[in-house]
Design a protein around this ligand. Structure first.
Ligand code: BJ8
Length: 422
């Protein structure tokens, strides 16, 4: 702790406010995670990573920086980590899952902005996040209007590079995206002083694919009944995948999956076999946003999947590994990323097929659609997702909320009522 304080000081964090944040986080974690019964032995890794969230991992990043490497932060699964890695930089997904610095944030972005955006601007302005403060560059993207405009304000606080994510899936859009990947590649080369070679990019693709594969493995195992892992723990695994070292993460989660396989063979679960199984679908849940999974699992259901960017949207598709030249690999990257079914695209009908297929694959009894308040793209799509699920006879509950705890009781009542109908 003493060493960490020096490190936090060097990062110019607001130490008192940061102490307060760690205290709340620790309490939350205890209530939501450590209180669970029958957790996996492999959850020790999750507890350790979380307990060291602002400690050991930050220290690793600082050491890497001292050795000349760069750290790049992102807020979206469109930022191609393969390229970042190929330039020997480290990419971290920045937390945007807690209410912090809201008042400060509202000085530079409108009040009717979603909680995720307010959170990342607030964390920065309140000097609370050692990840954000460790970044040599932050990479934004033109997805929703809220984020796109928030990056203009963010750039005034810290260097922010913006990738132009297309809004449609046309051929021209794919070509634009290829150009954007090349532009990003040049930017990271400039930042790091390293050249992205075909060999390095191939390695980056393999490392990120391996992480996707282990998350796919976990996802498949969750189809078992009784559910072998809680939705809370599975969400945490997905959240950690954005900032822990990729190779360590992949190895640890593979071990955890081995343990899950044994559990499944022994018909052991975290809930009884007749517990209603729910799929969460919609906006990403960034660390430490555990509110909805906690409320849902306290309302007598178990969560068996997350159709979101901190979930299947991040690992469903792999990059084709057969390319040998830089050009071929960039094409393969562009094609893979353009399969992401984010609600910011129009039209985005593939998401409707993907949600229904996932609900069936995971033997879900129902779906909770989660939109953050003021999130236009996902709120619009909740209606379409509802219709698509209805056609397949799968019930859905639509929830709109933010990060405050004020509506927890109300949410619980609604979810309990929904669960009773299943
Ligand atoms: S690829 S989902 S991570 S953009 S909740 S900020 S959409 S108003 S997060 Fe996303 Fe990339 Fe798409 Fe995924 Fe805007 Fe909505 Fe807020 Fe959102």
């Amino acid at each position: 702790q003493q060493n960490y304080r020096k490190m936090w000081e060097a990062l110019d964090l607001d130490l008192d406010a940061h102490d307060g944040l760690l205290e709340v986080l620790g309490k939350f974690y205890g209530d939501i995670y450590l209180s669970q019964q029958g957790r996996l032995a492999g959850a020790e890794y999750l507890d350790f990573v979380l307990s060291e969230i602002h400690g050991l991992r930050i220290q690793e990043l600082r050491e890497a920086q001292a050795a000349g490497r760069k750290v790049i932060g992102s807020f979206c699964v469109f930022v191609p980590e393969e390229i970042t890695m190929a330039a020997d930089a480290i990419q971290v997904g920045l937390c945007a899952g807690a209410e912090a610095g809201t008042e400060q944030a509202e000085q530079v972005i409108p009040r009717n902005t979603c909680a995720l955006i307010k959170s990342f601007v607030g964390f920065k302005m309140a000097k609370l996040c050692p990840f954000t403060e460790s970044c040599d560059l932050v990479v934004g993207e033109t997805t929703c209007d809220g984020k796109k405009k928030a990056y203009e304000a963010f750039n005034e606080l810290t260097p922010t590079y913006v990738m132009e994510v297309p809004q449609t899936k046309s051929k021209a859009a794919l070509e634009l995206w290829k150009t954007e990947i090349r532009r990003y590649l040049a930017e990271v080369e400039k930042l790091t002083g390293n050249t992205v070679t075909a060999e390095k990019l191939k390695q980056g693709i393999k490392t990120v694919n391996a992480r996707r594969r282990v998350l796919q493995r976990l996802n498949k195992l969750r189809a078992a009944s009784p559910a072998p892992i809680s939705g809370r723990d599975a969400l945490l695994i997905n959240q950690i995948s954005f900032y822990d070292d990729p190779e360590r993460f992949t190895a640890k989660i593979n071990e955890l999956c081995d343990e899950l396989e044994t559990r499944i063979a022994e018909k052991q679960g975290v809930a009884d076999e007749d517990t209603p199984r729910l799929l969460l679908s919609g906006c990403p849940m960034a660390v430490p946003n555990w509110k909805l999974p906690y409320v849902t699992e306290s309302a007598g259901a178990v969560i068996v999947g997350e159709e979101s960017c901190i979930g299947t949207r991040n690992f469903r598709d792999l990059v084709d590994e057969s390319g040998t030249t830089l050009d071929e690999m960039i094409d393969a990257l562009a094609e893979r990323y353009m399969q992401i079914d984010c609600a910011c695209f129009t039209p985005n009908t593939e998401r409707l097929d993907n949600v229904t297929a996932l609900a069936k694959d995971l033997n879900a009894d129902g779906v909770i659609h989660y939109s953050l308040l003021f999130c236009q793209p996902y709120s619009h799509e909740s209606m379409k997702v509802d219709k698509a699920l209805q056609n397949e006879g799968i019930p859905m509950l639509s929830i709109e909320t933010d990060y405050s705890m004020e509506d927890v009781e109300q949410l619980k009542t609604r979810i309990e009522a929904f669960v009773e109908t299943l």
